[in-house]
Design a protein around this ligand. Sequence first.
Ligand code: HEC
Length: 153
Amino acid sequence: MRKIFTLGLFIISFNGYSQVAKKPIARRPVVHKPVAQVSETTLSIRRGKLVYQKFCLSCHQPDGGGVPNLNPPLVGTSNILGKKSRLVKIVKNGLQEHVEIDGEYYSNNMPPFKMLTDQQIADVLTYIRKSFGNNAAAVLKSEVTQYYAKGKK
Ligand code: HEC
């Protein structure tokens, strides 16, 4: 009985084997494409653009130009190109002080964005600082964590 069973298994497996042998699975040749070198900053800008489109664009506009006397531009102002720590705190805490920004006042309120992760804030600020004709250093996630911990409200 056991022998028959073993023989049966052998036939089944042998049969399976021969079928595989007759019909080899077509394999695509392995092509080694060169891996595109995308920098971490480029990736951060790409992610930041999506955050911007979702949360910031409605007020600051697609080109970062803002709305006169309502929402400030994010283009070329001393603040945007300036201290990262200030920008991190504004995104986390919002800004309702109607401060003077390069000689202009903006009457709208900037809501706080506490629900964004430190990575999302780093990404969106990097996107802003490297778009619309701006070219300032990227903001790293570790910097967001550090600056926010210092100035927590
Ligand atoms: C509801 C409109 C609104 C939205 C949405 C909004 N902002 Fe603002 N933002 C403002 C206003 C208004 C100010 C200026 C507030 C003030 O002067 O008190 C401002 C100020 C800022 C500043 C400071 C500008 C400067 O020159 O000092 C930054 C940076 C900024 N916003 C980034 C963002 C980012 C990033 C987002 C998206 C995560 C965003 N804002 C979403 C309205 C908005």
